[in-house]
Design a protein around this ligand. Structure first.
Ligand code: DX5
Ligand code: ZN
Length: 217
């Protein structure tokens, strides 16, 4: 399978959001990565439902929504209504993770769990069979443009191993500090999907940068 590319709209120009959504539509990106931050779980606030709905109105590819929010349970149906196709919650933000995963699936979305850089992969062993996606954070969540944490490469190999052992169909996505060099290392370790924000949107030609990432596999 070729690598899936999920450009992070956190780094787009919000005054020209429709233009940037159309750029991703035209590119050979696979998904839209949408970062929702609440100022509680992470030290930053990004955007919420009105922006997600506006993106959904124009996007022609699945919306891969990454929730960096405390206690996501009360909002699961609202995210479905706003257009999310995949909903990823943080392991560190969910006391009753199994219940949260089932609620996401019951709402008709694919379910993902994200792990912060300090969280070991093993904590997922009793839910991995229920997951569609594992999101390995290769930066501490909250901001675009941070430095890649190399231990993420090791964690990708570990989670792939767990997925095979437990007969799970989950895909492994990695988020933070991804460029052509770090992306290649992650693909070699077994990553299925790469998120890229600043590397895409700060480049001269974002469509070409997405094509270059896609061509890594
Ligand atoms: C960080 C977000 C990322 C971010 C990645 O908290 O989850 O999705 O947009 O940005 P880059 O690719 O610039 O590290
Ligand atoms: Zn993200």
């Amino acid at each position: 399978m070729s690598i899936l590319i999920s450009p992070s709209v956190l780094s787009c120009d919000f005054a020209n959001i429709q233009r940037d959504v159309e750029m991703i539509n035209k590119s050979n990106a696979d998904w839209f990565h949408i970062d929702v931050m609440d100022g509680v779980f992470v030290p930053n606030i990004s955007f919420g439902f009105p922006v997600l709905s506006a993106i959904a109105k124009h996007a022609t590819k699945p919306l891969d929504v990454h929730l960096m929010i405390a206690n996501p349970d009360p909002y699961i149906l609202d995210f479905k209504k706003a257009g999310a196709d995949m909903l990823t919650v943080h392991y560190e933000a969910c006391t009753h993770l199994h219940r949260t995963i089932q609620a996401i699936k019951d709402a008709g979305m694919k379910a993902g769990v994200a792990l912060n850089p300090h969280t070991p992969v093993d904590v997922l062993q009793d839910v991995i069979a229920d997951l569609d996606l594992v999101l390995i954070m290769s930066v501490n969540p909250g901001f675009g443009g941070q430095k890649f944490i190399k231990n993420a490469i090791f964690k990708v190999a570990q989670v792939k191993n767990l997925i095979h052992r437990r007969g799970s169909r989950a895909l492994v996505e990695v988020d933070g500090g991804i460029n052509l060099e770090t992306g290649l290392e992650l693909i070699k370790a077994g990553a299925d999907a790469l998120v890229a924000g600043s590397f895409v949107f700060n480049s001269e030609n974002p469509i070409q940068t997405i094509a270059d990432l896609k061509a890594l596999s």
